[in-house]
Design a protein around this ligand. Structure first.
Ligand SMILES: *[C@@H]1O[C@H](CO)[C@@H](O)[C@H](O)[C@H]1NC(C)=O
Ligand SMILES: *[C@@H]1O[C@H](CO)[C@@H](O)[C@H](O)[C@H]1NC(C)=O
Ligand SMILES: *[C@@H]1O[C@H](CO)[C@@H](O)[C@H](O)[C@H]1NC(C)=O
Ligand SMILES: *[C@@H]1O[C@H](CO)[C@@H](O)[C@H](O)[C@H]1NC(C)=O
Length: 230
């Protein structure tokens, strides 16, 4: 009795799941992504389409990222992109698993979008997800990194920034030598945080002088935060 109930529960929910993920033409993308000029940005994207009525299996997908009528990126390897986007975009997603994630590098002031995804399934239908477009808020100057210091027997300084380019994370430079480690983690679907930690055994000469952490982002923009060790 109980097993039977459980099985029908599973079946019902299974069917609902299939309908909700395959029922409509939807693309899930952020509305707006703040990203630094010169850096790269990964636009996360997943898409769904109504289940075809025929039992024919689909095995060909052509994906395009568009800005108006211009093609920004595609999964088709031989496609000739316009000069504006050539070598600056990479189609990262796997269309078969409904992933349309795209990378845009060397971000320019003009790369604000809106960008939208288009799918073409020659054995089925094509669709442009114009109503689910993404804009980029291109930032000219990065904010300074956040710097904090803990002084015990050792000095441990942490310098952290958020960024949008996980494949080429920011580079850190410290004004003092010591043991340096780095860690990155995802903050949300389009932002990562990288932390550089400097540890050293302080000498008297280390106090009352500035300790600098300089960050260089993808695209070479640089910014420094300073602290005086007391
Ligand atoms: C973004 O993250 C949320 C969970 O925080 C998830 O539900 C959503 O599907 C993600 N979007 C994309 C496009 O990956
Ligand atoms: C989509 O593809 C990107 C790039 O391979 C990957 O990082 C991301 O986790 C994928 N998203 C989902 C929802 O599977
Ligand atoms: C730290 O940075 C400041 C300005 O940002 C600079 O004047 C100073 O020389 C730097 N100090 C060291 C030790 O690099
Ligand atoms: C710290 O340095 C400044 C000058 O750079 C000096 O005026 C001050 O007396 C110093 N303070 C201590 C506690 O050494």
């Amino acid at each position: 009795m109980e097993l039977k109930w459980w099985l029908s529960f599973l079946l019902l929910h299974g069917i609902q799941d299939v309908q909700s993920s395959n029922g409509q033409w939807t693309a899930t993308v952020p509305t707006k992504i703040p990203a630094l000029q010169g850096s790269c940005v990964v636009i996360p994207c997943t898409y769904t389409y109504p289940k075809p009525n025929s039992k024919k299996t689909l095995n060909r997908w052509r994906g395009f990222w568009m800005k108006g009528k211009k093609i920004v990126s595609t999964n088709l390897p031989k496609w000739k992109l316009a000069q504006e986007y050539k070598k600056r975009t990479q189609f990262l997603g796997n269309l078969q698993s409904r992933n349309c994630t795209m990378l845009l590098d060397g971000l320019r002031q003009t790369d604000v979008g809106p960008f939208y995804f288009r799918i073409e399934m020659p054995q089925y239908k094509s669709f442009s997800y114009i109503n689910q477009a993404v804009s980029i808020d291109v930032i000219r100057n990065p904010p300074p990194p956040s710097l904090s210091v803990k002084v015990n027997d050792d000095v441990t300084a942490s310098c952290s920034v958020s960024h949008t380019c996980p494949s080429i994370p920011p580079q850190f430079t410290w004004s003092r030598t010591g043991i340096i480690t780095h860690q990155s983690k995802k903050l949300n679907n389009w932002t990562w945080e990288t932390v550089s930690t400097l540890t050293f055994n302080p000498l008297p000469a280390d106090f009352n002088v500035t300790l600098n952490c300089t960050v260089q982002y993808r695209g070479k923009k640089e910014v420094t935060s300073s602290m005086i060790l007391m």
